[in-house]
Design a protein around this ligand. Structure first.
Ligand SMILES: CC(C)(COP(=O)(O)OP(=O)(O)OC[C@H]1O[C@@H](n2cnc3c(N)ncnc32)[C@H](O)[C@@H]1OP(=O)(O)O)[C@@H](O)C(=O)NCCC(=O)NCCS
Length: 165
């Protein structure tokens, strides 16, 4: 249904600009100036892929970075994030793409865990993650500063054992 491909900076410039527009990023992925200064640090292991349909239409992106739970490499979990263009939502693409990325990250790296966190109010992403096989693990209180307000995030994860890898 969907596939993931590497970023092509020139070809994807327009897509990436669109993903930043407030009405595309949506209320849970748009951070105005009252959210504070941008975090200007290189996140460990950060990556990005484009989500496309079988006919090559680019419909969104997935990003990830490493979140360490200990001093050794296997304890680095991956934290992923996603945006699908509004006209392609509600067709299962978000769930399929996140499942695909989780499988790939677990199969090709020493990590055991892929995580995603989303606002307690972001029902679409919670539903997409649950359809992708992610397990709801708990609430991260006051974790995200968005548009001047501290919000709670829900933490989801999928492990190698969940995936049978
Ligand atoms: C979250 C997002 C990636 C989901 O992508 P998607 O392709 O629409 O996801 P899916 O179609 O796989 O699943 C979405 C599910 O949420 C449901 N849904 C959507 N909006 C909903 C709402 N307001 N209330 C309840 N359920 C909702 C859909 O019906 C669907 O469930 P279903 O298949 O059981 O009917 C997409 O909505 C998006 O890009 N949102 C803006 C950016 C964002 O919020 N990213 C995540 C930040 S953490």
């Amino acid at each position: 249904m969907v596939r993931l491909r590497p970023v092509d900076a020139q070809r994807d410039a327009e897509l990436f600009e669109r993903l930043l527009e407030p009405d595309v990023a949506g209320p849970f992925n748009h951070f105005d100036s009252t959210s504070g200064a941008p975090l200007r640090v290189a996140l460990p292991g950060a990556g990005r892929v484009v989500i496309e349909l079988e006919d090559g239409t680019a419909i969104g992106d997935l990003t990830w970075f490493g979140n360490p739970y200990g001093p050794t490499r296997p304890s680095l979990a991956w934290r992923i994030g996603i945006t699908i263009l509004p006209e392609h939502r509600g067709r299962g693409h978000g769930a399929a793409a996140q499942r695909m990325l989780a499988e790939r990250l677990i199969a090709t790296t020493p990590s055991n865990r892929v995580e995603a966190d989303t606002s307690v109010d972001n029902i679409a992403e919670q539903r997409a993650l649950e359809k992708a096989g992610f397990v709801r693990e708990g609430v991260l209180r006051g974790a995200q500063m968005r548009n001047g307000i501290w919000g709670d995030q829900i933490l989801y994860a999928i492990t190698a054992a969940d995936l049978g890898i």
